[in-house]
Write a protein that binds this ligand. Structure first.
Ligand SMILES: [Zn+2]
Length: 584
C-alpha cells in the first residue's frame, strides 16, 4: 500500500491511490495472498547470462505480465507453467539482459536524409549524393551525414566536391561526429556566408588560401546553416522515431539514454507513449543552462538559466518517471572532438592548437553545483584531458559545496583522460560513459585521430580497460545518430580493438581490450545503474522487468572474431516481443 501511494508525485494521483487502497485492498487482500501470478510465457532450454552475481547462469525463465516471475532450471520453470502458458524452446541459444545504449540521440536523422557512413573515397561520396538527389527530387534541401575526413583528398573537405554533383539545390551534410559539416555553394549562398563573414563565438568558418569559405563549418558555425534548413514536420519526426526504434530493437536494444532533449520533439515521444508504440525505454537529458553571473562569452550558445527553466526541468522529472519515459539528468558540453582539434587538451595537438574549452572552471563549478543541489544527474561531454579534468573538478566541487553524494554524475565520451585523473572516477563516484565503437581503428582513427594526438596520448585513448582497472563504473553507448548502435558490433570492438575486417591483427593498442563479460555488463546492468534503474532492470532477476535478448550464438565461448556473425534472434521488452528474426 505504502508503495502505491509513495510512487505518486502528484496530488490527484495520491488521492486516487488512497481511494483504491480504501475500496479494494481489504476484500482482495486475502485472495492476493493465496493466488499466484499467472505464468504467461516460459522460455526453456536456453543458456542464460543473467548479469546477476547471485545467480549468474540459468536455463529458463518465466514471464508474468511485464516482469520476470522466475529465473532458474528447466525443471523449476516448467513447474510454474499453467495449461495456457506459452512455451518457447530456445534450443540451447544464448540469452542476455536487454541491451542499454547509455548515450545516443533519438529520434535521429530523418527518414528523408542521405547516409554517408562507411564511405572511404571521394568517388563513392559523390555517387551516393548524386543518387540520393536523383531519388529524392522534391526535397528542397539535401541533408544528412556520417562522412569521415579519410574519404577526401588530403583529409580536406571542400564544397567543390559537392558542387560537382549537386549545384541546383542546397546541400549540408554533417561529419560523423556531428561537430562539423560540409555545405555546397548553394547552401552557403542561402546562409549568407561569404569571405566577409566572421567566425561566430565557439565556431569556425573554414576558408581557403584566398579567403573564400570552403563550405566546412565547425562547431557553433553550423548554427548559421541549421537556422536556414527548414524544420521537419511532426509527422516526419514521428515516422523517423518509429523506424529507428524498429532498427534498435532488431539490434537487441531495450533501453536508451538520450543525450539530447529537444522541446519540439517532446510531443512526438508523448504520442508514441500514449499509442503504446515505444519499443525502447527512454531517459532524456535536457541541455544544461549556465547559472547567470558567470562569464557570458563562454556561454554564448546557451542562455542563462531562469527560475522558469529550472521549474520546467523539475516538472519533466516529476511527470515522467516511469519505466518507459524518464527524466532526471542534464547534459552539457565542455569541448568538441579530437578529429576537429576542438577537444580541450593540456598539451597541443601534433600540428598545433589545444582545442576550445567552452567553460571557465569557476562558472562550470557554480552551474554543476546548482543542478547537483537540485538532485539532477549531470552528464558532461568531455573528450580532451583538459575538459575531462575540468568535469571531475566540477563534480568534486559540487559534492563538497552541497554535501551531496550518490548523484552518479557522468562524463560522456571521456576519450583521452590524464592517467593521473583515472582514480578520481571511483573516488568521486563519477561514471565513465564511453563509446565502444570509437575504438574501431578505421582509417579516420589511424590517419587523423591518432596522428593528431601523437603516440603517447593515442596509446591510452578510448582504452576501456583503464576505467575497469581503476574500479570506475563504465557504461557503453554508441553516440548513435551517425554511429551504428549495434551492441554486438560494440562488444566486438571493445573485445578485439580491430576493424570488422580484422585489422590490425591482434588489435590497435591491444592492452585496452576487455572481456566479453565486462562488455556485456557495460551494455546491461551498468547502464541500468547509470539511469537509476538497477532495482527494476539490467539483470535477469525474478521481479525485474522482462527485458532480454536471444542471440544465435554464445558470445562467451565463440572466438571473438565470430561475434560479428552473431544474430539477434528475438528482443523482448516488458514481456513483449519488439523484434523477432524470421529464423527464430
Ligand atoms: Zn552525443
Amino acid at each position: 500500500m505504502a508503495r502505491v501511494v509513495g510512487a505518486c508525485r502528484t496530488y490527484p494521483c495520491a488521492v486516487v491511490s488512497i481511494l483504491f487502497v480504501v475500496f479494494f485492498s481489504l476484500p482482495f487482500s486475502l485472495k492476493a495472498q493465496n493466488s499466484k501470478p499467472h505464468t504467461d510465457r516460459i522460455f526453456v532450454n536456453g543458456i542464460f547470462w543473467t548479469g546477476d552475481d547471485a545467480h549468474p547462469r540459468a536455463e529458463a525463465i518465466a514471464i508474468s505480465g511485464d516482469k520476470l516471475l522466475a529465473v532458474g532450471t528447466n525443471q523449476d520453470i516448467r513447474a510454474l507453467a499453467a495449461a495456457d502458458t506459452a512455451v518457447v524452446d530456445l534450443k540451447g541459444r544464448f540469452v542476455v539482459p536487454g541491451f542499454q545504449d547509455s548515450h545516443l540521440h533519438f529520434p535521429g536523422t530523418s527518414v528523408n536524409s542521405v547516409r554517408l557512413e562507411g564511405i572511404e573515397s571521394l568517388d563513392a561520396f559523390q555517387k551516393r549524393l548524386a543518387e540520393f538527389a536523383k531519388t529524392h527530387p522534391s526535397l528542397p534541401w539535401i541533408t544528412g551525414g556520417g562522412w569521415g575526413y579519410s574519404a577526401f583528398p588530403n583529409q580536406t573537405v571542400d564544397r567543390k566536391y559537392v558542387d560537382a554533383v549537386i549545384s541546383d539545390r542546397p546541400v549540408y551534410v554533417s561529419e560523423r561526429d556531428g561537430h562539423m559539416g560540409l555545405a555546397n555553394s548553394k547552401a552557403l549562398q542561402i546562409a549568407g556566408i561569404t569571405r566577409a563573414t566572421a567566425d561566430p563565438p565557439n565556431g569556425h568558418i573554414m576558408k581557403d588560401a584566398n579567403g573564400e569559405p570552403t563550405g566546412e563549418l565547425k562547431e557553433a558555425a553550423q548554427e548559421l546553416m541549421y537556422s536556414k534548413i527548414p524544420p521537419r514536420s511532426e509527422e516526419e519526426t514521428y515516422q523517423t522515431l518509429l523506424q529507428h526504434m524498429d532498427e534498435a530493437a532488431a539490434d537487441g536494444l531495450t533501453s536508451v539514454q538520450n543525450a539530447t532533449w529537444v522541446p519540439d520533439d517532446q510531443p512526438v515521444f508523448e504520442r508514441a507513449l500514449a499509442a503504446n508504440a515505444l519499443k525502447l525505454r527512454f531517459r532524456f537529458a535536457p541541455l544544461i543552462l549556465p547559472v547567470d553571473g558567470g562569464a557570458p562569452a563562454h556561454h554564448n550558445l546557451q542562455k542563462p538559466l531562469t527560475a522558469d527553466d529550472l521549474k520546467g526541468y523539475k516538472r519533466l522529472r516529476d511527470t515522467f518517471h516511469g519505466p518507459l519515459m524518464k527524466f532526471g539528468s542534464i547534459k552539457g558540453f565542455l569541448d568538441g572532438t579530437v578529429d576537429a582539434r576542438t577537444a580541450a587538451m593540456f598539451e597541443p595537438y601534433v600540428g598545433g592548437g589545444t582545442g576550445i574549452p567552452m567553460w571557465e572552471q569557476e562558472d562550470l563549478n557554480k552551474t554543476v553545483a546548482l543542478y547537483d543541489k537540485e538532485g539532477f544527474q549531470v552528464m558532461l561531454h568531455a573528450i580532451g584531458d583538459k575538459a575531462i579534468n575540468m568535469a571531475l573538478n566540477a563534480f568534486e566541487y559540487a559534492a563538497k559545496a552541497n554535501g551531496t553524494s550518490g548523484r552518479r554524475h557522468r562524463i560522456e565520451h571521456v576519450e583521452v583522460p590524464l592517467l593521473a585523473d583515472l582514480p578520481r572516477f571511483k573516488q568521486l563516484g563519477v561514471i565513465a560513459s564511453t563509446q565502444a565503437l570509437f575504438a574501431s581503428p578505421d582509417a579516420t582513427v589511424l590517419q587523423n585521430f591518432a596522428v593528431l594526438l601523437g603516440p603517447e596520448r593515442a596509446s591510452h585513448a578510448d582504452s576501456f580497460k583503464l576505467f575497469d582497472d581503476v574500479g570506475a563504473l563504465q557504461v557503453f553507448g554508441s553516440d548513435w545518430g551517425v554511429f551504428d548502435f549495434s551492441p554486438l558490433k560494440g562488444i566486438y570492438t571493445a573485445v578485439t580493438r580491430m576493424t570488422p575486417e580484422g585489422t590490425p591483427p591482434g588489435g590497435w593498442y591491444p592492452e585496452g581490450r576487455i572481456s566479453v563479460e565486462a562488455a556485456l555488463r557495460h551494455y546491461t546492468r551498468d547502464g541500468a545503474y547509470a539511469s537509476f534503474d538497477e532495482e527494476i532492470r539490467g539483470t535477469l532477476t525474478a521481479g525485474k522487468l522482462a527485458d532480454f535478448v536471444v542471440l544465435s550464438q554464445n558470445i562467451l565461448t565463440i572466438p571473438a572474431t565470430d561475434i560479428l556473425k552473431t544474430k539477434v534472434l528475438l528482443t523482448v521488452m516488458g514481456g513483449k516481443d519488439t523484434s523477432r528474426d524470421a529464423n527464430f
